[in-house]
Design a protein around this ligand. Structure first.
Ligand SMILES: Cc1cc2nc3c(=O)[nH]c(=O)nc-3n(C[C@H](O)[C@H](O)[C@H](O)COP(=O)(O)OP(=O)(O)OC[C@H]3O[C@@H](n4cnc5c(N)ncnc54)[C@H](O)[C@@H]3O)c2cc1C
Length: 433
C-alpha cells in the first residue's frame, strides 16, 4: 500500500509556484505505480492532485490529502497511424514535447510555458494563442480517470459526458493518463515587433491576430501602445511567403522589428525566452515564450486572465484603456491572445472564438484584488470568463450565467464523486459545491 507523508507532523507546508497559496492539505501521497495511485485515492477522505502548482489560487488544495503524479512511470506511447499519443497525465509539456518531437510528432499548440503538466493545464483550459488554435484541453481524445473509490473509468470522445469531463477543475477524480491528438512535427520562426499604438488595433486587431500561426500582443498600460508583438509563423505555410514581407525587417502596422532578443516583462532576461529574430526551430522551442530550465515570466508575480468573445476585443481594449491609470501601477505586463472556440463545457472558449486578456501583476494581493474587481465590473457586460487557474472574484451566479453547461458539470461531479472527496474550498466558493 502506498504511504503518505504527514506534512503537519513534519512541520512542513507546501505552496503553489507563486507562493501566494500555502496549502492546507496535511497528507501527501507520491505513488510510484498506477495501482498505488488507485489505492491512495481509495484511502483518502478528501483528496486533490497537486501537479506543478502553477495555478494562482487554491484549486489544488484539499482539506485532507494531496497526491502528486510525478513519480509515476513517464509513459509516452505514440500511435502514428491514428495520430494519437497516450501519456502519463502528470508529465510536463516540456517532458512530453521533446520525446514527441524525436518521434516526428507535435502538439498543435502550447501555452507560454512548458513547465506545467498536461493534466493540470487541461484541467483549467490553459491556452496559447492563434486564430485557429483551440486551448490545450481540446486536443484530449481520451482519458483514464480514477474516481473516488479508486475505480478506473475510461472516457473518450464517443461518450456523451466527455466534453464535460475534459476541463474538470480537478473536481471529478484523478486523471491518470490522457490520449492526445498529435500532428507531424513542424517548424516555427518567431519575430518580435515593438511600439504599436493601441489605436491601430481599432481597425487591425483581427488582421494582426490572423497574420501568423500564433500572435501575442503585450502592453504595460503605461502608455497607449503595445510594447511588443510576438509573431510565431509556420516555416512552411503555403498561404504565406517565408519570411512574410511584412516580417522581413520593415515596419509593420507602424511597429518596428526588435533588433535583438526580447523578454515580454520589462527587465526580464531574454536568455530565458525562446529564440527570436526569425531563426527557424521546432514547434516546442518556439510556441512557448519561455524555455524550460529557467524561471518563466517574472517569477515574482500574481496572474489574472479574462476571456471574451473575440468580436468584443476592441471594445474591451477601450474599457481597459479607461482604467489604465489603475492598471499601470499594479501590472508588470498584460498580454492579449486569441483562442479558437471548442465544445468543452467549462472551457473559457466554450462555443466562442475568444480574445484573452492576461495580466502579470505585482505580487501584492490586496492591490491586485482591488483592480481585478474593477476590471471584472468593466468587462462583465462583454461576457468575460475568468481563467480558472488565476486570481478572480466571480460568484457562482455569475459563472452560471457564463457557462450554460455548468449545471450538467455539477451533475457529472455528483455522479463520479457523490461523497465529495474532490470538493474543496475553491469548488465551494466558485461552483457552490
Ligand atoms: C508563469 C506562468 C505562466 C502561465 N502561462 C499560461 C498561459 O500561457 N496560458 C494559460 O492559459 N495559463 C497559463 N498559466 C496558468 C497555468 O497554465 C494553469 O494554472 C495550469 O492549470 C497549471 O497547471 P499545473 O500543472 O501547474 O496544475 P496545478 O496548478 O497543480 O493544478 C491545477 C488544477 O488541476 C487539478 N489537477 C492537476 N492534475 C490533475 C490530475 N492529474 N487529475 C485531476 N486533477 C488534476 C488540480 O487539483 C488543480 O485543481 C501560467 C501560469 C504561470 C505560473
Amino acid at each position: 500500500m502506498v504511504s503518505s507523508v504527514n506534512l503537519k507532523a513534519a512541520g512542513q507546508r507546501r505552496t503553489n509556484w507563486a507562493g501566494n497559496i500555502v496549502f492546507e492539505a496535511s497528507e501527501f501521497y507520491r505513488p510510484q505505480t498506477f495501482s498505488e495511485l488507485r489505492a491512495a485515492v481509495a484511502r483518502a477522505d478528501r483528496l486533490r492532485v497537486l501537479a506543478t502548482g502553477h495555478s494562482f489560487n487554491d484549486m489544488a488544495d484539499s482539506a485532507g490529502a494531496q497526491v502528486s503524479l510525478d513519480a509515476l512511470p513517464p509513459e509516452v506511447e505514440v500511435d502514428s497511424a491514428a495520430g494519437l499519443v497516450r501519456v502519463t497525465a502528470g508529465l510536463t509539456y516540456a517532458q512530453l514535447a521533446g520525446r514527441l518531437n524525436q518521434k516526428g510528432f507535435a502538439l498543435r499548440n502550447m501555452a507560454s510555458l512548458p513547465h506545467i503538466s498536461v493534466a493540470g493545464g487541461s484541467a483549467t483550459a490553459t491556452h496559447g494563442s492563434g486564430r485557429a488554435n483551440q486551448n490545450l484541453a481540446a486536443s484530449i481524445a481520451a482519458m483514464e480517470l480514477v474516481t473516488a473509490e479508486g475505480d478506473l473509468v475510461e472516457l473518450d470522445r464517443a461518450d456523451d459526458a466527455f466534453a464535460g469531463a475534459v476541463v474538470h477543475l480537478g473536481a471529478l477524480g484523478v486523471v491518470a493518463r490522457v490520449v492526445l491528438d498529435v500532428v507531424p512535427s513542424f517548424d516555427i520562426s518567431q519575430w518580435v515587433y515593438e511600439d504599436l499604438p493601441l489605436e491601430v488595433l481599432d481597425d487591425h486587431f483581427e488582421d494582426i491576430m490572423s497574420s501568423a500561426y500564433s500572435v501575442s500582443m503585450f502592453t504595460d498600460w503605461r502608455a497607449p501602445r503595445l510594447t511588443q508583438v510576438w509573431v510565431k509563423q509556420l516555416v512552411e505555410d503555403p498561404a504565406r511567403p517565408v519570411p512574410p514581407e511584412s516580417l522581413a525587417g520593415a515596419p509593420w502596422f507602424t511597429a518596428t522589428p526588435a533588433t535583438g532578443a526580447r523578454h515580454p516583462v520589462p527587465g526580464g532576461s531574454p536568455e530565458t525566452c525562446t529564440e527570436q529574430l526569425g531563426v527557424p526551430g521546432p514547434w516546442h522551442e518556439r510556441l512557448p515564450h519561455f524555455r524550460p530550465g529557467f524561471t518563466p515570466s517574472s517569477g515574482d508575480e500574481l496572474q489574472s486572465e479574462f476571456l471574451l468573445p473575440v468580436d468584443s476585443a476592441v471594445p474591451a481594449i477601450g474599457a481597459l484603456r479607461q482604467i489604465s491609470d489603475r492598471l499601470a501601477p499594479v501590472v508588470q505586463i498584460c498580454e492579449f491572445r486569441v483562442v479558437a472556440a471548442d465544445e468543452l463545457w467549462l472551457s473559457t472558449a466554450y462555443r466562442q472564438d475568444s480574445v484573452a486578456f492576461h495580466f502579470t501583476w505585482q505580487p501584492d494581493l490586496a492591490a491586485v484584488l482591488a483592480v481585478v474587481e474593477l476590471m471584472e465590473q468593466r468587462l462583465a457586460p462583454l461576457g468575460a470568463r475568468p481563467h480558472w487557474g488565476k486570481v478572480f472574484t466571480a460568484t457562482p451566479e455569475s459563472l452560471h450565467a457564463r457557462y450554460e453547461r455548468l449545471p450538467d458539470f455539477l451533475d457529472l461531479a455528483r455522479h463520479y464523486d457523490p461523497a465529495g472527496k474532490f470538493r474543496n474550498a475553491y469548488t465551494a466558493r466558485y461552483l457552490g459545491r
